[in-house]
Design a protein around this ligand. Structure first.
Ligand SMILES: O=C(O)C(=O)C[C@]1(C(=O)O)C=C[C@@H](O)C=C1
Length: 354
């Protein structure tokens, strides 16, 4: 008997970097039905409603930092996604390309100077204001002179800063929902006046020409994605269904927690962060976003080592009990295996990450 496919929602359309992350985590197509979504919010909706068993969303990039759209969905100011939990992480190497339709002049007489020197003065040209300009890692493969508009996901602009400020100073940029959506839009415009920043795979899928390759600022550019599952709202008090391990405070696991504080209380933030130290729990990242409830009030996100257990034991459980006493509101957003440690097995079957 055939086992039913488990739905996995991801930020699409296909050939996005999130698609690559989803394929890495759920590679067995006989088990998983990967379902592209238009937005990161649609991924949250699919998991919250139960229409997909898992979701994959971008969380942070090594060059450009946090994906604020994802953080704001975790902040969940309107309580639309109360059951969303993180149950895994995936790292993907991100090497951006400039893709489009080969400009007509490139077919005939693209001169060497047109390829190697920027057509407008950017950060690569030393000026009094920028005596040490950022040098792009890549040079264009064709002349870019005819390009009047660029499309990409907002995260990608910040990852290709040196290339963009050198070769596209003053050129209009249009934010779209993903890099593969950018490639899709540019594929439909044969004027040669638009280009997208996307992956090489997206260029192949949409039959686009490669105009420049490896345009990211840093060669080790990576994005971290989260795998989402639906937990029970009562998991807040019951703890993680991963329970059983004793080594809750080891770096083998990570936990994401959000909390708000009373902004008028001196020391409220410091007290909330301090709850982890007595249990020797390492605080590995902190983010703040507007609360969405009152101006100049924030929701804080911390990632710590260790995992929350179903049985109310262990270091993380103890620290969260202490957080309850000092924070205004808090939420456990999941515990998962730390994929940066070499001993970790690859993410895969849904039952392995639940
Ligand atoms: O646009 C895509 O292809 C995505 O999957 C989104 C996303 C992101 O939001 O960080 C993923 C990886 C890259 O960092 C750029 C964009």
């Amino acid at each position: 008997m055939n086992t039913p496919h488990e739905g996995v929602a991801f930020l699409g359309p296909r050939a996005s970097y999130t698609h690559q992350a989803a394929l890495k985590a759920f590679s067995d197509s006989s088990k998983y039905d990967l379902q592209p979504q238009v937005s990161i919010e649609d991924v949250f909706k699919s998991v919250q409603s139960g229409s997909c068993a898992r979701g994959v969303v971008p969380f942070e990039n090594s060059t450009n930092g946090s994906v604020v759209f994802t953080l704001d969905l975790f902040a969940d100011a309107h309580q639309r996604y109360p059951d969303i939990l993180v149950c895994g992480e995936v790292y993907v190497d991100v090497h951006h390309c400039l893709v489009g339709h080969m400009p007509k002049e490139a077919h005939s007489a693209a001169t060497t100077s047109a390829l190697t020197s920027p057509h407008s003065s950017g950060h690569a040209t030393p000026t009094a204001a920028h005596p040490s300009p950022a040098i792009p890692r890549a040079v264009p493969l064709v002349s870019l002179k005819g390009i009047k508009k660029l499309y990409s996901h907002p995260q990608a602009w910040g990852q290709c800063n040196a290339f963009l400020t050198t070769y596209f100073k003053g050129i209009e940029r249009q934010d779209v929902s993903s890099t593969s959506r950018a490639a899709e839009i540019v594929a439909a415009d044969t004027s040669g006046e638009t280009a997208a920043i996307s992956s090489e795979i997206a260029a192949q899928v949409h039959d686009l020409d490669m105009l420049a390759k490896g345009i990211e600022d840093t060669s080790d550019n990576k994005t971290r994605f989260f795998v989402l599952r639906r937990g029970n709202h009562s998991a807040q008090s019951n703890g993680d269904s991963n329970g059983g391990a004793v080594d809750t405070d080891t770096p083998a696991y990570k936990t994401l927690v959000s909390f708000t504080i009373s902004h008028s209380d001196p020391g409220a933030l410091a007290d909330s962060l301090a709850v982890f130290k007595p249990y020797n729990i390492n605080l590995t990242s902190i983010n703040a976003r507007p609360s969405g409830i009152a101006s100049w009030n924030y929701i804080f996100f911390v990632e710590v080592t260790g995992r929350r257990l179903k049985e109310d034991t262990g270091a993380v459980n103890a620290a969260l009990r202490d957080l309850e006493k000092v924070a205004r509101e808090w939420r456990w957003l999941g515990s998962w295996e730390n994929m940066l440690l070499p001993k970790c097995r690859p993410l895969g079957k849904i039952d392995e990450v639940s």
